[in-house]
Design a protein around this ligand. Sequence first.
Ligand code: URA
Length: 447
Amino acid sequence: MQNGVRTPRMYDLITKKKRGGELTKEELRYFVKGCVTDDIPKEQQAALLMAIWFQGMTDAETAELTVAMTESGETMDLSSLPGVKVDKHSTGGVGDKTTLIVAPLTAAAGLTVAKMSGRGLGHTGGTIDKLESIPGFSTSLTMDEFFDGVRQNGLALMGQTGELAPADKKLYALRDVIAAVDSIPLIASSIMSKKLAAGTDVILLDVKVGSGAFMKTTEDAEKLARAMVNIGEHAGKRTEALITDMNQPLGLAVGNSLEVAEAVEVLHGNGPEDVREESLMLSAELLYLSGRGDRGECRSIAEETLNSGKALEKLCAMVTTQGGDDYVIRNPSMFLQAPIVQEVLAPADGYIVGMDAESIGETSVMLGAGRETLDDAIDPAAGILLKKKYGAPMKKGEPIAVLFTSREAAIDGAEKRFLEAISVGKEPPAPRKLIYARVEKDKVVRY
Ligand code: URA
């Protein structure tokens, strides 16, 4: 009892949520604080998370949980940096290297990108692992180095510090082992607590939908996008989301240095069309949200910045400032090659009518490109280069992908897993969209 207010009891909170009740701000703060200090036993933390998984949360509860998690640690004050500070965040995918293009492109177009990114886990990749495949590049910066990098180049990228939203770190780890990750309010509050703590003015969310994403349907992806946009706008941040396809990997490369090389190809004006288009859409939207003109004007700025080579120069500048070797960025063939390179051959004549992105991501983990637990080491050269994608015709025996690894023992299993991920049909499949919708504060625009 404090000032006549009874301290909430975890048992009562769990019972209330289990029966579909709405938790109050005080109750949610008590829960988050108790998780950070470990005063609440793990079994009670887990029980409440599972009750939330089953019963969901109201918008007010989700917003309060987010604020409590944001305030559980340090928050970044970027106000001393010039310009509009922007962030783009993907909910996680396979082959998603757009940050490596969007961040330098928007910085080259005059926005300020002070970005904290995560590592990959399970079948999804992470920007920090990709950047660390660049020899010498440091993602562990002090705050002074981070701010100096932003002042010098308008762009710095570093790994997320444990001091930002520590409640999320603990709760995410617990959700992971109790199979409670795939809950819309829990994902929304987890992502947005870190985005709000990172302190930017503008937040653009890339919500992935499909076989390789947390959200398997566009309806669920829209719900998640709306929940996150609401949280961001309530916190006074200009927030929007694009819903983008993850029914197959984005681009042709899956794996860390392979993806950096592909991003560089796009920055050179080449590269796969889907990566180029999605990167331009995201960049133009960030420019629009930062007040640089109408959407048409922002698209032109994005295209001009990419085509002029200024975005590539910006990436090289950031790489050099953060201790990396920009020679490999200018000449991606200089990246260390994996010792084992094996083609996967088409099992039959026909068309690719399905590519299970999650299984392809898992194949890349088997090859050494990803991690099962956060402590696993990554092989930067491991991964997959696709030769065919959804809708492509193929002849039995022709190469459809190339696997790269240093794990001899993994290659047969990985090839089998890859082939299981591919569905072959006699007729070409219906084309799929790359971008499904844009979710704004008060409307959804479907493409
Ligand atoms: N990414 C996050 O940061 N949190 C989630 O809950 C899911 C994906």
